[in-house]
Write a protein that binds this ligand. Structure first.
Ligand code: 6PG
Length: 479
């Protein structure tokens, strides 16, 4: 018996993907650096399907049908390179090496280029859905050659989550495209969680609504336009009572948020692409600030708030819901803008409707509104330049704006930080304003650095002789 796919790296994600493959009828060869993990998996879950136990990479490779498919599920970074280095000498042209970790897309581009020199396919696959998703059906974002997808795609589609029967897995594009899209997914995930946090803080610190009561509010919100996995699990976390103290669980957790890096990568990449991902950036910074306890603790005593007394409107809870919805839409708009910029930069033919479609189930940001996002990009001639300009969303966000403004100004008065609510609103206003102060910026740049400017009333590039008679000359464009 030979296996259709091999998995090396059997920590939770690797083990669960291997089990998912086996449960879907594939024979899976298993390998882990320490054999104990392989044996534990076989002992506990051997009944899931057909597995082949292997002790070395050579055995793993020998157990596979050709072209071989080897899924690497080790920690992103150096461990992936190390496995690739050990594996590739054992493979033959046409074999497929798959990296299912949260690798940086630039690493994936580099690895794909190196392996294609050896006539091997390298497929960087974004996998979302956490441990449970890996086992029961994740959202899968594969990048790499189209040819490799023809061989690997049916398997990935079979084990992926399904939305109305459609697999949440599509070929994304060449080389690092899959990992890039997964990275942006995570950027949106960060922003999504931060806006939920801001809503929680406003309801708690602003309106005095206790977590148990908020759990009900979030459950209620989950049945409307906000319906999503993250809102659903927010209700679960807020409703949870700590077993040791009887306090709300959320009150016994240290308020410093960790991060493994994908959110940060998204923002670095957005800066490089010139894509204004302000909401996502603020969500990464909010985690960073939360972790600076050494500064936050003395600041509590030393920095004055001068909060104003604010009478909350009757509609406060509903206002917060609308502000959350609008800010969430902005983070999707910003993520999609990044995808558009990256497609140009890297020559990827990213299909935004397909990407939205495979985020509809299985992944962490799965949400009702992704179905509408998918539809917004489905017709080639009607694709909006920005998600917020898609008719369905232009209207929805317009309906939320008055509440959004009330919430942001109330938060400012109360001294409750709402970095993503407010950055998203500033983005919205920045997008819609007929004139921005960028004109003044251009004037300043021209004065101190002769950086030139364009005029509103005539073609060409100009410079004012600021140090002389302030007359204007035509100049070479140095924008
Ligand atoms: C997913 C998640 C998953 C994970 C990340 C983010 O899509 O299944 O994004 O990949 O939660 O590691 O974790 P951090 O919050 O630690 O960056």
């Amino acid at each position: 018996m030979s296996a259709q796919i091999g998995v090396t790296g059997l920590a939770v994600m690797g083990a669960n993907l291997a089990r998912n493959l086996a449960r879907n009828g594939y024979t899976v060869a298993l390998h882990n650096r320490s054999i104990e993990k392989t044996d534990t998996l076989l002992e506990k879950h051997g009944g899931d399907g057909d597995f082949i136990r292997t002790e070395t990479l050579q055995e793993l490779v020998d157990s596979l049908e050709k072209p071989r498919r080897v899924l690497i599920m080790v920690k992103a970074g150096k461990p992936v390179d190390s496995v690739i280095d050990q594996l590739t000498p054992l493979l033959e042209p046409g074999d497929i090496v798959i990296d299912g970790g949260n690798s940086h897309y630039e690493d994936t581009r580099r690895r794909e280029a190196a392996l294609s020199q050896q006539d091997l396919h390298f497929v960087g696959v974004g996998v979302s859905g956490g441990e449970e998703g890996a086992l029961l059906g994740p959202s899968i974002m594969p990048g790499g050659s189209r040819e490799s997808y023809d061989s690997l795609g049916p398997m990935l589609e079979k084990i992926s989550a399904k939305y109305n029967g459609e697999p949440c897995c599509r070929w994304i594009g060449t080389d690092g495209a899959g990992h890039f899209v997964k990275m942006v997914h995570n950027g949106i995930e960060y922003a999504d969680m931060q806006v939920i946090g801001e809503a929680f803080d406003l309801l708690r610190s602003g309106a005095g609504i206790e977590p148990a009561e908020q759990a009900k509010i979030f459950t209620d919100w989950n049945s409307g336009t906000l319906s999503s996995f993250l809102i659903e699990i927010t209700a679960e976390v807020l409703g949870h009572v700590d077993g040791r103290t009887g306090k709300p669980f959320v009150d016994v957790v240290v308020d410093s948020a960790g991060q493994k890096g994908t959110g940060r990568w998204t923002v670095v990449s957005a800066l490089e692409l010139g894509s204004p991902t302000s909401g996502i950036a603020e969500s990464v910074f909010a985690r960073a600030l939360s972790s600076q306890k050494d500064q936050r603790v003395p600041a509590q005593e030393m920095l004055q708030g001068h909060e104003a007394a604010v009478e909350l409107p009757e509609s406060f809870v509903e206002d917060v819901r609308l502000a959350l919805y609008a800010s969430k839409l902005v983070s999707y708009a910003q993520g999609i803008d990044m995808l558009t910029a990256a497609a140009k930069e890297y020559g990827w033919d990213l299909k935004l409707d397909e990407i939205a479609s495979l985020w509809r189930a299985g992944c962490i940001i799965r949400a009702e509104l992704l179905d509408d996002i998918m539809k917004a990009y489905a017709v080639a001639d009607e694709r909006p330049a920005n998600l917020l300009l898609a008719p369905a969303f232009t209207e929805a966000i317009a309906g939320a704006v008055p509440a959004w403004r009330r919430v942001v100004s109330t938060a400012v008065q109360l001294g409750i930080p709402v970095p993503v609510f407010s950055a998203s609103l500033a983005y919205y206003d920045g997008l819609r304003r007929p004139r921005l102060p960028a004109a003044l910026t251009q004037g300043l740049r021209d004065l101190f650095g002769a950086h030139t400017y364009n005029r509103v009333d005539t073609e060409g590039t100009f410079h004012t002789l600021w140090g002389e008679d302030k007359s204007e000359i035509e100049a070479v464009d140095t924008h």
